[in-house]
Every structure is written in C-alpha cells, then in structure tokens.
Design a protein around this ligand. Structure first.
Ligand code: FAD
Length: 484
C-alpha cells in the first residue's frame, strides 16, 4: 500500500490532523510507538481548553489557541465528548500582580479572545467562594473550557478510522529511506510507504526529524515534567472554573480546576528531566503541588487525593510552536515543540499542517461520503450518561448493560463489549480505562481491573496471561497455573 500521507505520532496533534485529512480524498496512515493513541503529553496534562490570552500576539501559539478553542467546542459536540465552558481566572494576590493581569488582558484582546475582564475580589469570591482570602483580582476568561484530552483524541481517532485512516500501533519509527518521491518509514521490521510525512512525535519529535533524514535540525527539545494530584469527586465542586495564578518563566504555574468528569485536578509543577519518558511522581514534587494548590484554595482537602500522575512537556529552544515544511526533505512537515497550549490548539494546528501539506503539493479534495461522527452509526453514549429511563430500556434490550463492572464509575459489561468492537478496539486494560473510566474512580481499579482483563481475554480468545495493562510486556498475570 502506498499512502499519500504518513503521520508519525498519535497524540492530539497527529490524530486531529489524521481526522481532518480523513475528510479528503487522500490515503492516510498513522504510526504510533505506543499500544494506543493519546499516550504521550495528550494523556497527561491539565485538560484546559485555554482561552488564548497567554500567548504573545502574532505567534502561532496565539492564533492557533484562539481558533482551536472554538473548533474544540464544535468537535466535542460532533464526536459526543463532553466539553464544559467553565471559564478561567488568573488570580492576582495584591497590586503587585496587577501589571501582569493587565498584560495578559492586552494580549488577549490583541489575540481576539472574547469576554475578557479584570474583576475585583468581591466578584471573584461570588464566583469562587473557596478562593483564598488573599486574592484581590482576577483576569476572567469565560471562553476557557475543560474536556478530556485523551477522550476527544480517541474519539477523533475512531472517527478517522471510520473514514478510512489506518493506524499502526506499536510501530516505533526507527528508520527511513527515500526513493523516487516515496518515503519508506520503518520500525525495523515493517515499512510504511508514503509520499508525505508529518512528524507529530511530541517530546521525541526532534529525534524523529533526524530519523527522517534532517541534518542540523534547528529545534532542540527539553523534556519538562509536570506532576498532579486528582482529588475525589466529592471535591469536584470546590472550584467552578479553572483557577490559575500569574504565569512566570516556568509556565502557567500550579492550578486548581474541576475536571469534566467531576473530580478536582491540582498541578502541575515544571522541572527539566533527562529521560523524556520518565513520568514518575516524587514526594517533593507532590509537596510543591499541595503548597501551590493551598495558595489558591487554603482549605483544599488534599487528603481526598485518589491518585497522582505526571506528564512531560516538549519545550523547544524557541518561544513558538515549530510548524514548518522541511527545507531538506521534500514533502516532510514538522510539528515540533508543541507544548502548552498544544492541546487546545490541536484542531487548528491540524488545519495549519494540512495547509503546509497543500503548499508542498498535496491536493486535498473533499470526500463525498465523509462521516463526521465517531462511528458509521453515530456516537456511542456510555450507560452512565443515560437518564434512568434510558438505562432501564438499554439494560432490558441488552442484559450486558445490566452488569456493572466498575462500581466507582458505573461502567457496564455492555460498555466494555462495545469498546472491544470500536473502530480502534480496546484490547488492553488501560485502553478500556481511558475510553470508559473503568478503574479511574476512588478505588483506582482495585475491584474492576481483574474483571476487565478477564472479559478482554474471553472475548479476544487470547488467554488471561496474554492480556496486558498497556501493551509490550505489561502482563497482568505472570504465569499460567499448570493444569492437573
Ligand atoms: C504537564 C502538562 C500540562 C499541560 N496542560 C495543557 C493544557 O491544560 N492545555 C493545553 O492546551 N495544553 C496543555 N499541555 C500541552 C499539551 O498536552 C501538548 O501540547 C499536546 O498534548 C501535544 O500533543 P502532541 O500530539 O504534539 O504530542 P504527544 O501527545 O506527546 O504525542 C506524540 C506521540 O508521538 C509518539 N511517538 C514518539 N516517538 C515516536 C516514534 N519514534 N515512532 C512513532 N511514534 C512516536 C508518542 O508515543 C506519542 O503518542 C500540557 C502539557 C503538559 C506536559
């Protein structure tokens, strides 16, 4: 098979691009090193669809963030993924913070952000009763929103498959040859052939540039880790919107925000690390998160934390995203240094990358039979989102929906079976977790993980000892019991 376009990396940047191209008459493949889509920075971030006041006017970050904010809301409606327009505050603590709030306001106006206001303490406290008594002002941005970054990326990937895109998971690009206008990109075992290649490999994108054949590539990436706590759903209503502090040279700082699933998220910090794939959390880092959260909300009940995690930013040696056609390799496009607001920008970044492909010679004509929903038959609505009457009806029609597997998040056997036959079938425990939240509740999978694994084994016929947490050697069962 000769593809028109190969996208390397199935984070939000690569997947949104694949989805956009799937509406055109071109053959598209996506190569992803991990066993699922949305496993890199897209899986571990603050989940904020930023309004767009932070980035310096005139930059790609500014333009793509503001447009991406609008597109993300439209996309979430199309794909049946929740996106709540909760708004955000940048909180000032005293007059010393006012110049920064005013600077962000000016940038926001220049960037075209709607509804921005600097408000005083009384109005802030009326909107956010739990905010620190030391807060004196805030920059209120009503267009900021929250969603599930991996949820919408997975839905967009399913949608892309529905429209003919091929995903090659567990395909870590390690080599590339170019002959007669065609790239043969390999993982050392197989090759994918394509006329155009789009490098969306996140924190590894500078390495992938050199694998593709770039010499003296101008962008270097420093991996910068950010740690978080997730608090139980009983804390989800402590904040009504996303609460930031003033940004510094280390980024947007530690925030407190509701999540779209009803939890409270606090974090991240920002530290350069040596190993780009090191997503461990540290006691010191989490203590810093606690202190940062308490500055915003002194009574935040950190004893209600149910889990912690970390994500890794791909910080480039320049301010802006590096979205460019290669000067050395015909038909190669790079999306490198896509750090925050990379998620919020991603649907607009996809448009920009498609424009670069056209400039490079790719003809993009609309596909007549394009399907905008996740699957041919629409969007699957999970059991726990139905009304009581609809739940009763669905369980009556299919008894698998009457069997609750994950009690914390009310995930049914019917939902799990449905995900096994999704356009990208969920065949690992983490794939189920990311699609349905089975294992993301208060017990963190203590009850449901064995049942999820058993169901995957039974339905795929692979045997429980072959089921993995997230592919590779992450088996859940280490040995098969000898039969008598
Ligand atoms: C702590 C933190 C907080 C953030 N908060 C926000 C926020 O609130 N809002 C926001 O808009 N942005 C936020 N961001 C930024 C946002 O998460 C990223 O900009 C965005 O996810 C980048 O997406 P991506 O697709 O470019 O990269 P990734 O999601 O990292 O995807 C890259 C993919 O490439 C794959 N890959 C790498 N090497 C290879 C290879 N050799 N072969 C094949 N595949 C390969 C990886 O496995 C990965 O799946 C945050 C980031 C972090 C880390």
């Amino acid at each position: 098979m000769l593809y028109d376009v190969l996208i390397v990396g199935a984070g939000c940047t690569g997947v949104m691009t694949a989805r956009l191209l799937s509406a055109k008459n071109v053959r598209v493949a996506v190569a992803e090193a991990a066993s699922d889509v949305a496993t890199g920075a897209t899986a571990a971030n603050s989940a904020i669809v930023h309004a767009g006041y932070d980035a310096k006017p005139g930059t790609l970050k500014a333009k793509l963030n503001v447009r991406g904010n609008k597109l993300m809301k439209r996309l979430s409606a199309q794909l049946g993924v929740e996106c709540k327009p909760v708004g955000s505050h940048v909180i000032g603590f005293g007059d010393a913070d006012l110049p920064m709030l005013e600077e962000l306001y000016r940038r926001g106006i220049a960037n075209g952000v709607e509804g921005l206001e600097i408000i005083g303490a009384d109005r802030l406290r009326a909107m956010e009763p739990n905010v620190s008594p030391e807060a004196t002002h805030s920059l209120w941005a009503p267009s900021a929103a929250i969603t599930c970054p991996y949820g919408i990326t997975i839905a967009a990937a399913d949608n892309a498959v529905t429209n003919g895109v091929d995903f090659y998971l567990n395909f870590k690009v390690s080599g590339c040859a170019y002959e007669d206008g065609v790239y043969a990109v390999t993982d050392g075992k197989k090759a994918i052939r394509a006329k155009y290649v789009v490098n969306c490999a996140g924190v590894h994108s500078a390495e992938v540039a050199s694998i593709l054949g770039e010499r003296d590539f101008p962008i270097e990436i420093t991996p910068r880790r950010g740690e978080y706590f997730i608090l139980d759903k009983v804390c989800g209503n402590l904040a009504n919107s996303t609460l930031f502090v003033c940004p510094s040279d280390r980024g947007k700082g530690i925030l407190v925000s509701p999540t779209v699933d009803g939890n409270l998220i606090v974090g991240p910090n920002a530290y350069a690390i040596g190993d780009a794939d090191d997503r461990s959390t540290t006691a010191e880092g989490l203590a810093e998160i606690t202190a940062g959260a308490r500055r915003i909300m002194p009574n935040v009940p950190m004893n209600m934390a149910i889990t912690s995690f970390a994500g890794v930013r791909s910080t480039p040696n320049q301010y802006d995203f590096y979205l460019k056609r290669s000067e050395q390799l015909p038909g190669v496009i790079h999306a490198v240094g896509v750090e925050s607001p990379g998620f919020a920008s991603s649907p607009a970044t996809a448009e920009y990358l498609a424009g670069l492909l056209e400039e490079a010679g790719l003809v993009l004509e609309d596909k007549k039979d394009y399907i905008p929903t996740r699957r041919k038959d629409g969007n699957h609505v999970q059991f726990n989102r139905l009304s009581p009457g609809e739940k009763a009806e669905r369980a009556k029609a299919d008894p698998a929906y009457g069997k609750i597997v994950c009690r914390c998040e009310t995930v049914t056997e019917g939902d799990l079976l449905d995900m096994l036959s999704a356009p990208i079938p969920a065949v690992t425990v983490d794939m189920m977790k990311k699609r349905l939240r089975a294992g993301m509740g208060r017990c963190q999978g203590g009850f449901c993980s064995p049942r999820v694994a058993a169901l995957i084994a039974e339905k795929t016929g692979c045997g429980l000892d072959r089921v993995t947490k997230h592919g590779g050697g992450s088996w859940l069962v280490t040995a098969r019991e000898e039969e008598e």
